[in-house]
Design a protein around this ligand. Structure first.
Ligand SMILES: NC(=O)c1ccc[n+]([C@@H]2O[C@H](COP(=O)([O-])OP(=O)(O)OC[C@H]3O[C@@H](n4cnc5c(N)ncnc54)[C@H](OP(=O)(O)O)[C@@H]3O)[C@@H](O)[C@H]2O)c1
Length: 423
């Protein structure tokens, strides 16, 4: 007969409700496949008056009814935020319970402390749902790919921004309109700052990088740029040159250290990441044994995220003594590297004779050579236009210096735009 794992939920919102529904729908399937039977003993919420998927007597607003219940084996934290989520996770571990969490924010900020407490108490933390929702990327890295030295990981880790960029590409709408559409569809929060400024993707990259490289990273170790300043004109130009703009999260080995960065990038149309659309996520990896791999799927949503939470619950129930796989105690350094890249550059100009030549000369002075160029000039009283350029690989600091000089030369009507090109 299957052993019964008793689960206590901290939170019964989007993910918690999905988990209860999935457990109800697939209880027999799970038991047949894994030999584990699961039972939700209690769920913590704030508002006791809301209708719930669980019967009233299983709902509480007192965390002690879960954290202090000796019969509960696994505490599932799906409430979100830093506090009180972090304190509840620590209390659960100290009380001898294993913990599953979908909360990337708490792991990115306090992962080290949480894992130290777990190790001290011989408990486990499952966090598959914290990155890429329904894509089992944590298990792939720690299981199927464990024998590989991963040279490079590139992800589209934030569904909200990928949806916004898809709409900007497909409909030619502005960032503000695409964001409003994402909010109306429930794909973006009322306060979208974490998503559009790249912080959510950075949290996820940090978790992936720590388990990939078994070392501790901080948000301060990363270059983080969002999509909130992108203009439709640059999305259109990217298309004209044969690229899609994506918010990429990149972890790359570079001369003994790891370069972590999140920023908008132009991805060539023939790269698999270019065709990842709408709210979908993808992770592209290069292992020394496997070569290139790509994982694709829904990175959020009630059911995909519940699927990831459930996989952790089942895994911990089957192997309650298995070893922790997150050991960020080693010291591989994380440091941004100003590597070479191809660039998309746009120069908003006043149309004057010789101006394009001057831009090209300053770029040339900094050893930045041009592969493609387009110029759009409006022949009206404003006499404004844009020069758009794709460069060969160039050094980041040389590009920065050249842009500074071009801006200082007084030929531009507003500051230039520079976006990196992926590969
Ligand atoms: N939604 C997704 O697609 C998704 C995807 C991946 C990861 N995640 C992560 O999963 C976690 C949960 O997300 P969610 O979308 O399910 O959130 P949600 O819909 O806002 O649900 C949060 C739940 O936690 C309860 N809660 C929050 N603060 C509480 C407190 N101080 N005391 C007691 N109960 C509290 C809420 O109670 P009430 O119901 O009474 O308000 C609600 O039931 C977050 O860390 C999120 O980042 C979510």
């Amino acid at each position: 007969m299957a052993s019964c794992t008793k689960v206590g939920l901290l939170g019964l919102g989007t993910v918690g409700t999905g988990l209860v529904e999935l457990l109800t729908r697939n209880a027999h399937l799970i038991e047949n496949k894994s030999g584990v039977s699961l039972e939700v003993s209690r769920a913590l919420v704030r508002d006791l008056s809301k209708p719930r998927v669980l019967s009233k007597e299983l709902i509480t607003n007192d965390p002690e009814e879960i954290l202090g219940d000796p019969d509960i084996n696994i505490v599932v934290e799906v409430m979100g935020g830093i506090e009180p989520a972090k304190s509840y996770i620590l209390r659960a571990l100290e009380n001898g319970k294993n913990v599953v969490t979908a909360n990337k924010a708490v792991l990115a900020a306090h992962g080290l402390e949480i894992f130290e407490v777990a190790a001290r108490h011989g408990r486990q933390i499952g966090f598959e749902a914290s990155v890429c929702g329904g894509i089992p990327i944590i298990r792939a890295i720690t299981g199927g790919l464990v024998g590989n030295r991963v040279e490079e990981l590139v992800g589209i880790l934030n569904g909200t921004t990928n949806y916004i960029l898809t709409r900007m590409h497909e409909e030619g709408i502005t960032f503000a309109d695409a964001l409003a559409e994402a909010q109306a569809k429930g794909l973006a929060e009322a306060d979208p700052t974490f998503d559009v400024k790249g912080i959510d993707a950075a949290h996820k990259l940090l978790i992936l990088a720590e388990i990939l490289f078994q070392s501790r990273a901080e948000l301060e170790d990363m270059v983080i740029e969002g999509i909130d300043t992108l203009e439709s004109i640059d999305i259109e130009a990217a298309q004209e040159f044969g690229f899609r703009v994506k918010l990429l999260a990149l972890a790359t080995r570079n001369n003994g250290s790891i370069d972590l960065r999140v920023h908008p990038s132009l991805v060539p149309n023939d790269h698999p990441l270019a065709s990842v659309s709408n709210e979908f996520n993808a992770v592209f990896m290069r292992g020394d044994a496997t070569g290139e791999l790509i994982f694709y799927g829904k990175g959020a949503g009630s059911m995909p995220t519940a699927s990831a939470v459930l996989s952790d619950i089942v895994e911990i129930s089957r192997n309650p003594e298995s070893r922790l796989i997150w050991d960020p105690g080693k010291s591989v350094p994380f440091a941004p590297v100003e590597g070479d890249s191809r660039y998309y550059l746009r120069f908003p100009i006043f149309d004057r004779p010789g101006l394009i030549g001057r831009i090209a000369t300053i770029l040339g002075d900094h050893s930045i050579s041009i592969t493609h160029a387009l110029a759009d000039l409006v022949c009206d009283e404003t006499n404004r236009g844009n020069v758009k350029i794709i460069t060969h690989r160039g050094n980041a600091s040389a590009v920065r210096q050249a842009l500074k000089e071009i801006e200082a030369s007084g030929v531009l009507s507003s500051p230039p735009v520079a976006l990196r090109i992926f590969h």
